[in-house]
Design a protein. Structure first.
Length: 434
């Protein structure tokens, strides 16, 4: 039976994503009505700059008082696309206090305060959906929360930031340096004027925290995620990667320990073999590789940002939440029953690619090998190439290790820096996906 009284929606924020949400709600109104079982009506749009022209949106819906919009008594669902911590956190809490379910695209807020927001939603008997907070249009959060709810996820590895993938892809394909690739990304609109959140890994770390919580049924905050940016990745690193049959990606990697008693969450650049599915992810696309006990290996791929793709995820959540409203039910909330601790980065075990500048003379390789052995790090391969430096002679020494704990590798590097024959540690890159 079709209900004729519309479900009323408050849109909080009307930037790139919010304006696309409003447009799709208007142009696809009839289809949304049929899919939900009742009309959905845009009842108000909260913005900071009311004078800005917003094509396709009735000016009478515009307000600068988001709190009053939520408190007016007839709103069923709020869509929060403001971003940031405040005022988004207060507005979402206000929505719950007034019987309003929430759809959010706010990765930063969910990574920092997801537990408190889930608790508020549960106490109020309301929904909190956030598919758009991770990987844009890619259906990922709901499949992990619902489709894989009966399975055990052991590992998640993915490219969850389109800007950094675009930059690294250009460096790989053209041989460009980091700054040159960043300039192109900025000119094309992939990178913000201040790209820090992307290139230093903050954006990916927030998404990693959200995914880790879902995957492992435990609470993982942004502060729990180890983070390294990709600004130090060089053309020389790509040349070394190619010699190994690899490329370089900024990866979010979430793992359950072998004994099942802890988890790790990290974001950093890494070399991955060209044979790995993530190696072929180009331009500003995202992809997430999920390894589950029963389902095996699954890959989710698609555009990870942009107004229309992100709005698609928001509208998918809107449909789900609206259906729940009609059924007087709620969807899945937070699942954190395992309460697993998040282990420090030092406990992570992986392989490493280390590039050293050393004195080009006999005995250096033996010194370096001894240092690795003293710290319990086994060497897989070594490549040495001499080069004149204009004063004396130096060599480039590249060491690829077997799997070792990150703490052991850190100790090795510190010891290497103290050797008189080591002029410098040019780069350290983890090797993943083998």
């Amino acid at each position: 039976m079709m209900r004729t009284r519309p479900l009323k929606v408050a849109l909080l924020g009307c930037g790139v994503v919010g304006s696309e949400v409003a447009r799709i709600m208007t142009t696809h109104a009839d289809d949304l009505t049929q899919r939900i079982g009742a009309p959905v009506e845009l009842a108000g749009v909260a913005v900071r700059r009311p004078s800005k022209v917003r094509e396709g949106i009735d000016p009478s819906l515009i307000t600068t008082d988001a709190t009053a919009l939520l408190k007016r008594g007839d709103i069923d669902i709020a869509i929060e696309v403001i971003g940031g911590i405040e005022p988004a956190r207060t507005l979402i809490t206000t929505a719950f206090e007034h019987g309003i379910s929430v759809v959010s695209a706010n990765k930063a807020l969910l990574a920092q305060d997801g537990a408190a927001l889930h608790a508020a939603a549960e106490q109020a008997g309301l929904d909190l959906y956030y598919e758009a907070a991770v990987a844009g249009a890619i259906p990922l959060v709901r499949p992990m929360r619902e489709s894989l709810a009966g399975d055990k996820i052991n590992r998640v590895m993915g490219i969850v930031n389109g800007t950094t993938n675009f930059i690294l892809d250009k460096m790989d394909l053209t041989g460009a340096g980091y700054q040159e690739a960043l300039d192109e990304a900025t000119a094309l609109g992939y990178a913000e004027a201040d790209p820090t959140a992307d290139v230093e890994g903050y954006d990916a770390a927030a998404k990693a925290a959200i995914l880790a919580g879902i995957a492992f049924h435990t609470r993982v905050r942004l502060d729990d995620v180890y983070r390294e940016g990709m600004t130090e990745v060089s053309a020389a690193d790509f040349a070394s990667a190619k010699r190994m049959g690899c490329t370089i990606k900024l990866l979010a990697i979430l793992e359950r320990a072998a004994d099942g008693e802890s988890v790790t969450a990290r974001v950093h650049p890494a070399m991955i073999p060209l044979s790995h599915p993530l190696a072929s992810v180009r331009e500003a696309y995202n992809a997430v590789f999920v390894e589950a006990e029963a389902a095996g290996r699954l890959m989710f791929y698609g555009p990870g940002a942009g107004g229309a793709p992100t709005a698609s995820a928001v509208l998918g959540d809107l449909v789900a939440v609206a259906r729940n409203k009609l059924a007087e039910a709620t969807g899945p909330g937070e699942s954190a029953y395992t309460q697993l601790p998040v282990s420090p980065m030092g406990d992570v075990v992986t392989r490493y690619h280390i590039s050293l500048d050393v004195a080009d003379k006999p005995g250096v390789l033996a010194q370096v090998a001894t240092t690795f052995a003293e710290h319990g790090v086994s060497i897989d391969t070594v490549r040495q190439q001499g080069r004149p430096d204009g004063v004396g002679k130096e060599a480039s020494l590249v060491v690829v290790t077997h799997r070792a704990a990150d703490a052991a590798l850190s100790g090795t590097v510190e010891a290497l820096r103290k050797l008189d024959t080591v002029r410098g540690v040019a780069s350290i890159m983890r090797v993943e996906g083998e």
